[in-house]
Design a protein around this ligand. Sequence first.
Ligand code: XMP
Length: 320
Amino acid sequence: GWTAQNFIDESIERIRQQIGDGQVICGLSGGVDSSVAAALLHRAIGDQLTCIFVNNGLLRKDEAQQVVQTFQTEMHARLVAVDAVDAFLEALAGVTDPEVKRTTIGEKFIRIFEAEARKLGQVDFLAQGTLYPDVIESANRHEDDPAAKIKTHHNVGGLPKDMALQLIEPLRFLFKDEVRKVGKALGLPDQIVWRHPFPGPGLAVRVIGAITPERLDTLREVDAILIEELWASGWYQQTSQAFAVLLPVQSVGVMGDGRTYANVAAIRAVTTEDYMTADWAHLPYDLLSRVSNRIVNEVPGVNRVVYDITSKPPATIEWE
Ligand code: XMP
């Protein structure tokens, strides 16, 4: 039968044969697929692998530090961590249209990734964390299918032709549950192994309307409380995706003797197999209550929390 250890042993052999003494780059997003691909390649070829991680300022709380901690400090992988926070926030200043947010972020990412890749000198391979379902999906899909556009941002597809990189996809015959087993066997932390999918445009599509550093920080704090309580209650692994959204709405509240007029945060948690349809997660009331109390008590500027009880369809998973 299939075991993670056998898969790792066989992959290491195969990767070493394929790569020879070539150089490999890998875009790390902090998600499970690219992390497992990078960890596996590092086992196989060590310093012939360079990971590139772009901090776009749109990640969740502590996520950037965790990538550096895991891959650089613990694994001793070669990691280029690019602080592009200001560049992304400048490009996004005043942008409210979700599709403009997406294309702005996608283009900026490709440009920065390409520039970093070029700095490395000779590179022969580009590693990607493509899984079996991604392979099937893209085989069945026309390029002009609007759904095909959605996923373009987190795949590093747009590298320049003149770099002539060969693709290496060590996970392309695995399903998600197998990838998690491999990640665990490679010693990756649970927070990475079990991490929910996160959109390429990140928190930019969860701060509804204009993006500011302050609103991103507020959302990060709200989201971190939700995620912490989901882990603590055992619900993180029973949901497929869970996150907070900062709404462009102010609502009235009371605090002490005074009135407040502050932000509304929405909580979204869903269960799904394929992300094409999804059910809202029936989280226990006491959990929702704890999350709500903590948010309004601990996060300045948020005085109301609502829970999204809409399935997909007709709603989508993200709010914009
Ligand atoms: P929706 O909101 O369309 O989301 O129901 C389905 C899945 O796709 C993710 N998503 C994105 N992923 N770039 C991405 O990489 C995007 O622009 C994007 N928009 C949505 C969403 O988080 C969910 O997992």
